[in-house]
Every structure is written in C-alpha cells, then in structure tokens.
Design a protein around this ligand. Sequence first.
Ligand SMILES: C[S@@+](CC[C@H](N)C(=O)[O-])C[C@H]1O[C@@H](n2cnc3c(N)ncnc32)[C@H](O)[C@@H]1O
Length: 249
Amino acid sequence: MSSDQELWAKAAEKYHQFVGSPQDKLRMGLLYPTIFEILGNIQGKSLLDIGCGNGLFAFEISKKGAQVSAFDSEAMVNIAQEHFSHPNIEFRTHDATKAFPYHDQKFDVVTANMVLMDMKNIETLLKESHRVLKDHGKAVFSILHPCFTPPVGRFRRGILGRVNKKYAYFHAKNYFSPFESTKDLLGKKTNYYHRTISDYMQNFQKHHFVMTDIFEPKPNEQWIKNNPDLYHADHIALFLLFVLQKTRY
Ligand SMILES: C[S@@+](CC[C@H](N)C(=O)[O-])C[C@H]1O[C@@H](n2cnc3c(N)ncnc32)[C@H](O)[C@@H]1O
C-alpha cells in the first residue's frame, strides 16, 4: 500500500460517513452528475473505477447496467463491500502505483474520481489504465481544480464581499510551483499534490492518451439558491474533469 493510500485508509470510516450524505452536496449535485453525463449510456459496458473509496460511485454505475471492477485499500474496500455491494461489481484491494490485476484491453472505460491529485506518482496509473483499456477506450479522470484549490490560493469574502457576495474573490498565490501538502479531511490528514494543467496534459500524452473533452462543472442558478453556503461554486471551478481516449502506439 502506498503511503498516500495509508493515510486514506485511516480516514476511510470518516470519509464514508461524509460521501453521499446531505452535506456532500458538491459531489452529489455537481461532480457525479457531470460524470454520469460524460459516460452516457453505460449499459453492458465494462468499467474500472480506480481508487473507488467507499464504493458509492461504482454502485451508482453498476445500477446503470455496467460491469464494474473497482479497487482501493483494504479499509476502503471493506466499507464498499459492506455498504455498496452489487452483483455487477467486483471490489478488490489494490494499489494504483502497482501493475493492475487485470488483463490487457479488458475495459471500455476507466475512471478515477478525485484520485490523481492525492497520488504522488501517477505514472503507473496512467500506463496501466492505457493497457487495460480497449482500443479507443475512454478514461475519465476528475480532480480538484488545480487553479482554485488551496494552497494555490483561497476564496475570500474580503471587506466588500462581506457586504455583498458578488465581491468575494479568489486570491491566487502560486500556480506554477509543484508542491505537496497535507490537507485536513474531516479531522484526518491526507496528501495533496499540486500539478498544473499542462503537467497533467504532458503526462496524458506521454502515456498515449488524447484529450477529447474537458469539463469544469458550474452549478445552475437554482442549485446556488438551494445551497447559498456554496455560492463560491458559482465564481470558481471547483472540479476539473479530463475525458481521454486511448490511442494505439
Ligand atoms: C478523494 S478519495 C475519492 C474516492 C472515490 N473515488 C470517490 O469518488 O469518492 C481518494 C481515494 O484515492 C484512493 N487512493 C489514494 N492513493 C491510492 C493508490 N495508490 N491506489 C489506489 N487508491 C488510492 C484513496 O484510498 C481514496 O479512496
């Protein structure tokens, strides 16, 4: 197990309590709907979910008729098996920095949701994703948006913003320097690795993926009205989703 995964394993139970809860509005209202839209009709397709966490995403996808393989640490997989098992899902304990336990060209789609920025080394993940995808298969990688995630900068109300939210702003400090930091996740520490968008693109190209689409989900007006505490999602992109296609090499 990688040291990144070890930290996540310690946070597993708390993370599970949060994921899909009424407080988890950004994932359920913004992130997952965007991924479901990208995936379209997934009935009968085979999908690998890397770093599946508590298994909620794998479960939702399996209900749409996909055959899902999913892996993460033992702590996460135990939770996933207990809460989100489904006849169409096979959960497994595995570390994405090691060769994947699947044969070549097994999957139509590979997903890694909110995983790449939590891993120090994504080389093996990309190489193996390419190997296990069918020709022209699709990879969907979602991350916290690297332009707007601390410690690159912070969203601030400021003096005027306290009077009127429309004057709140994002204060950027340093986008270009690669850095590692720990973030506090529900009282537990996990690692965060900043990469610029071009770092990601170069990595994807190196591993023979072409980008076919990119998404920065923005909530609609009604969603912002219903979730006034998350009004910053209307000002800055919180998530970035890369849609990639495997090319032959
Ligand atoms: C932010 S959580 C996202 C979980 C899930 N994909 C979701 O959407 O809720 C990051 C996940 O990446 C997993 N992870 C981190 N490093 C990993 C690695 N080397 N191999 C597999 N999973 C890893 C963690 O265990 C954690 O479950």
